[in-house]
Design a protein. Structure first.
Length: 352
């Protein structure tokens, strides 16, 4: 090559490498292969290197590995609703919207739970890689029971920060799912990981539609509805139940999913102790029943606290009958749905 051609060659090489990196070509192991059903949206890189494991309800056999196992299958553009929820740890989405997830899934809608951290300090006795794998397996089991898709991101528990890198990650995940509804924690939750999930999702609420933010992933043409899941924190403002869902018909399914998250609810998670660990099948049954009863009281308390909204949405008679509920607040960022649209987005609410 003549000397005077070198600068052009080097410039061309740099531009090529930048393009390759932007389109995920530099990391072939982490690409989602295009599918016939969703070629445009599936051909982008979704996860950073080292994602612990992901699982689709359509492909329930998981291979747990330190290597990135497989990217989650993207649902087809079939006119069904697409819901994505972000929880801080493997159990947060399941607790807060496992019932609604099961109800959407029964109607053929596409639901994905994302645990933004891998939960690797969430136990009193074990931590690190083995716990991350254990909790990922629990999330996969719960997803199978609920009929949804799940993904656990490779971020350490207790260490999430609201960075630009993670704003991009959350934005890409929302776009790739082509979400109609995005659910997260409120940004005033007690746990820093919960709070920062709330901040990151809020930070993405506008950016998902901005074409030159993460230009390698197509922007959403329609801004999703952003929702916060129920909590009891009072400052700076208490949770407002804008949408309350009766989960009575799927309560046993939801409890099955939660009991399957043994490290958290049978063994007590980060603040548990050896006395909770069942030593035999009989003790396991007893402990599982305690967990079920405790969660039933929790979901009954949500129904009671949000009774007025249940009556508004379900009518006087049905609203008063509801025993167990999940509740959501509409974030003021993102699309603001009318009551009619809420009934479309939550098609298990009675039509008025
Ligand atoms: Zn959590």
């Amino acid at each position: 090559m003549p000397m005077k051609s070198w600068p052009v060659f080097v410039l061309g090489l740099c531009a090529g490498l930048m393009l390759a990196a932007a389109f995920g070509l530099a990391q072939p192991g982490h690409r989602v292969e295009p599918t016939a059903a969703a070629p445009e949206r599936a051909s982008v890189a979704l996860a950073p290197p080292g994602a612990t494991a992901v699982q689709s309800a359509a492909a329930p056999k998981a291979t747990l590995s330190w290597e990135f196992a497989a990217a989650p299958a993207l649902p087809p553009e079939d006119g069904k609703l697409r819901i994505i929820q972000f929880g801080a740890h493997p159990d947060d989405c399941e607790i807060r919207a496992g019932g609604s997830g099961a109800l959407w899934s029964k109607l053929g809608h596409h639901v994905k739970f994302v645990s933004v951290t891998n939960g690797d300090i969430g136990h009193w006795q074990m931590a690190g890689g083995p716990l991350a794998l254990r909790r990922t397996a629990e999330a996969i089991k719960a997803a199978e029971i609920l009929g949804i898709t799940t993904e656990v991101l490779p971020i350490h528990d207790g260490e999430l920060e609201p960075t630009l890198e993670y704003r991009r990650l959350i934005t890409r995940l929302i776009r790739a799912w082509n979400a109609d509804i995005v659910i997260s924690h409120r940004p005033n939750d007690y746990h820093p990981d919960h709070r920062y999930v709330g901040v990151l999702v809020q930070d993405s609420a506008y950016m998902v539609a901005v074409p030159f933010f993460c230009p390698e992933v197509p922007p959403l043409k329609k801004n999703p509805v952003f929702l916060f899941s129920y909590d009891t924190f009072q400052r700076p403002n208490p949770f407002r139940p804008d949408i309350v869902v009766a989960i009575d018909e799927v309560i046993e399914q939801k409890l099955d999913a939660l009991v399957a998250m043994t490290s958290q609810f049978v063994e007590g998670g980060a603040l548990g102790h050896a006395g909770l660990v069942p030593r035999n099948e009989e003790e396991m049954q007893k402990r599982a029943q305690q967990v079920r009863d405790s969660f039933k009281r929790r979901f009954a308390s949500i129904a009671d606290r949000c009774r007025q909204k249940l009556i508004e949405l379900y009518g006087e008679e049905e609203g008063n009958k509801v025993r167990y509920a999940e509740a959501f607040e509409i974030c003021e960022y993102g699309r603001q749905p009318t009551l009619q649209e809420i009934r479309t987005l939550f098609p298990f609410l009675p039509k008025k």
